[in-house]
Design a protein around this ligand. Structure first.
Ligand code: IPD
Ligand code: CA
Ligand code: CA
Ligand code: CA
Length: 273
């Protein structure tokens, strides 16, 4: 049995450094991207800064950990996604990176976006780092070691919290049919929660549950790079992540329900299903 804890600490340190470096780029270029390209639709965009941030992170990971696998939003291949879907076994490390979570905010100059970096060993998440450069907030976690915001321990709202006393957050996926579904779901949840917010970065929304700022996040069709880092941070803060029907969420993502756990989670499943 090898002691992997030092290995994981070293990986976290590199992830934190790279999140801050990419964050500096985001901060400098917010609202000033010059190449805005359309991906699958008019609300699915990418800029030269998304690509530059991913390149910065990927090239450094390659240099420091040449044997590690890579999955990033702006460079992913179907083969990489398939590998993750099969649930990678053994001791191989995989980086799951969203260089800018909140690209549409970034393009508009709306100061709410993050860098999201997770590292899994086999199919177990071991490191999660989410960084919001606009207000210099760094959320971090290592498996089994708790969750932190700028180095201070954080925890999700108490399990007994009622949905009526919790803020619910959500995301509008760019696919029209998923938006439709979401609108129906909002009309079901709306009457039962304290308030609804949709701020445009899944990674930050989930990290905010970890910090006890909000109680819940849900969205359809999320990808591993959107959720992996914040997922570990939330679990380490006492929260809980499943699919919207309550079944376990695979690492490849899908429809996600993330909460502080306990009553809010049970109630959301009841309401949504
Ligand atoms: C998006 C953001 C957004 C969510 C979308 C994601 P991106 O990620 O997390 O909040 O609603 O579904 O695709 O494209 O800005 O990295
Ligand atoms: Ca995107
Ligand atoms: Ca994203
Ligand atoms: Ca992105």
């Amino acid at each position: 049995q090898v002691d992997i804890s030092q290995e994981i600490k070293d990986i976290e340190a590199v992830a934190v450094r790279l999140a801050r470096e990419a964050g500096a780029l985001i901060l400098a270029k917010s609202g000033r991207a010059t190449q805005v390209d359309r991906k699958a639709s008019r609300s699915d965009l990418v800029t030269e800064v998304d690509k530059a941030c991913e390149h910065l992170i990927q090239s450094e990971v390659k240099a420091v950990f040449p044997q590690h696998h890579w999955l990033g939003e702006e460079t992913f291949t179907e083969a990489q996604l398939d590998r993750l879907g099969d649930g990678p076994k053994g001791a191989d490390y995989t980086w799951l990176v969203d260089p800018i979570d909140g690209t549409l905010n970034f393009i508009g100059g709306l100061p709410f976006a993050s860098v999201s970096i997770a590292v899994a060993r086999g199919s177990t998440l071991q490191v999660g780092v989410v960084y919001n450069p606009f207000i210099d907030e760094l959320f971090t976690a290592r498996k089994g070691e708790g969750a932190y915001l700028n180095g201070e321990s954080i925890s999700a709202l108490p399990r007994e919290t009622e949905l009526e006393d919790a803020i619910v957050t959500l995301g509008f996926n760019s696919k029209p049919e998923r938006r439709k579904l979401m609108l129906q779901e909002i009309s079901k949840v709306g009457p039962h929660c304290r308030a609804i917010r949709a701020l445009g970065s899944a990674a930050l929304h989930i990290s905010y549950i970890a910090a006890g700022r909000v109680g819940c996040f849900f969205e359809h069709g999320l990808k591993p790079w959107d959720i992996a880092a914040a997922w570990l941070i939330l679990e380490e803060a006492g929260g809980y992540v499943t699919q919207m029907n309550g079944e376990p969420l695979p690492l490849v993502g899908g429809s996600i329900l993330a909460t502080n756990g306990g009553k809010v989670h049970e109630r959301m499943i009841e309401i949504l299903n």
